[in-house]
Design a protein around this ligand. Structure first.
Ligand code: UD1
Length: 416
């Protein structure tokens, strides 16, 4: 196993190009099961989860290529089983359920099981697909789904689930009749998927609002599509520039999609200037405390909670973070405490008191964004921080050492 070694204390200076969005690319890849004809995707980040998705597409009977950041997918002989070995390494595999049911009338997809940040069930996906006529049986760790032709339905989600909305968008695209999704997720990645489906001939409107309408069409065709930039990667480098008191231009930064995050960092005393080519991040004065509550989009994203917490550890006055999306997403807290942070946990809230400095130490990454927060903290800590179990980071950050090294950080990989 590898670890990331960081010698902290240097203000970051320079330019970082934001990569394509992981959370947009994953559902878009599963949507490639749907069309007749080739799909060509650009701006696909080279990440472990993307390789896993391509493997899943291969197992499901697709031919794929991955060259630079370009992917092609051609469906050859569609299969209907997503095995445990793949699904257990990446929950997003469950997004093949909607397309397979819509196309083949059957699917056998391993249940994703728990993960470090919570139980994360898929009951809302199944309930909504049932309303479209699917029948499910859960046995031997698998979801067995069957249907004749999926029919359009009027579905109201109990919670605006991102994955659930995405699964339903794909299924409804080629179902019979109209589907209306109420209390749908409004996340930019859901919009990107809807736009991609429309590029393939789907008839979706209302994406980006909480009511999405999908008029089913008989079939989709191949298309060319460029994946949106990654707002969470951009936010993570914003946090890194802010915590080190640096000056970094984030090229291709999706500013509108980061609104809630930008507002918090501005309140913390970070100067943010939207420019034509991206977002300039700069900090001269001290970091100031703020309170943060994670919410579905357009609220503050849970995927940025750990990284802003790292910054709050060094902010005057600290702050309170309330995590409303996942029940167990504070695994980074005890690791940040190992670096000298003062954080107290009470249920779903974390109380952070700002300290003068953090000091490097070995820390353990537990999940993707927790790892990112440890890197952010390590960049500001005095001395050396070793972030163990870096494979989590490789699921979501393309070329992280090269990108940080390019703006002056001392960061490298070593064997654990
Ligand atoms: C996606 C993102 C993830 C992000 C999350 C919330 C991808 C690949 N992952 O995850 O990075 O943190 O959105 O913005 O895009 N829930 C249920 N039943 C369900 C579905 C969800 O109870 O059937 C619960 C979950 O346990 C969780 C909450 O709803 O507590 C949000 O989940 P959801 O929006 O579905 O997130 P994901 O799609 O899994």
């Amino acid at each position: 196993m590898e670890k990331l070694v960081i010698e902290g204390g240097l203000p970051l200076q320079g330019t970082i190009r934001v990569s394509g969005s992981k959370n947009a690319a994953l559902p878009i890849l599963m949507a490639c099961l749907l069309p007749e004809g080739e799909v060509r995707l650009g701006n696909v980040p080279r990440l472990r989860d993307i390789h896993t998705s391509l493997r899943l597409l291969n197992i499901l009977g697709c031919e794929t290529t991955f060259d630079g950041n370009d992917v092609t997918v051609n469906v050859r002989d569609l299969k209907t089983e997503a095995p445990y070995d793949l699904v257990k390494t990446m929950r997003a595999s469950v997004l093949c359920l909607g397309p397979l049911l819509a196309l083949k009338g059957e699917a056998k997809v391993s249940l994703p099981g728990g993960c470090a940040i919570g139980a994360r069930p898929v009951d809302l996906h199944l309930k909504a697909l049932e309303q479209m006529g699917a029948v499910f049986e859960l046995t031997s760790g698998y979801i067995f789904g069957r249907c004749d032709k999926l029919r359009g339905a009027h579905i109201t989600f109990d919670f605006p689930t991102v994955g659930g909305t995405e699964n339903l968008l794909m299924a409804a695209s080629i179902a019979e009749g109209e589907t209306i999704l109420e209390n749908a997720a409004r996340e930019p990645e859901v919009q990107d998927l809807a736009n991609f489906l429309n590029a393939m001939g789907a008839k979706i409107s209302g994406q980006g609002t909480s009511v999405i309408r999908v008029q089913g069409v008989p079939a989709l065709r191949g298309a060319d599509y460029r994946v949106m930039p990654d707002r969470i990667e951009a936010g993570t480098y914003l946090a890194a520039a802010a915590i080190t008191g640096g000056e970094v231009l984030l090229e291709d930064c999706p500013c509108t999609e980061l609104d809630a995050v930008l507002a918090k960092f501005r309140n913390m005393g970070v100067e943010l200037e939207e420019q034509k080519g991206g977002l300039l991040v700069r900090r001269h004065g001290p970091l100031k405390g703020v309170d943060v509550t994670t919410q579905p989009f357009p609220g503050f994203p849970t995927d940025m909670q750990a990284q802003i917490m790292a910054c709050l550890c060094l902010a005057e006055g600290g702050g309170v973070i309330e995590e409303k999306i996942f029940e167990n997403r504070f695994m980074h807290v005890l690791e940040l405490v190992r670096l000298g942070a003062d954080i107290r946990l009470k249920g779903r809230s974390a109380m952070i008191r700002g300290v003068k400095s953090l000091v490097g130490a070995p820390v353990m990454a537990s999940d993707l964004r927790a790892s990112a927060s440890l890197v952010v903290a390590g960049l500001a800590a005095e001395g050396r921080t070793d972030v163990l179990r870096i494979y989590h980071l490789d699921r979501g950050y393309e070329d992280i050492e090269a990108k940080l090294g390019g703006v002056g950080a001392r960061v490298w990989r070593e064997e654990e």
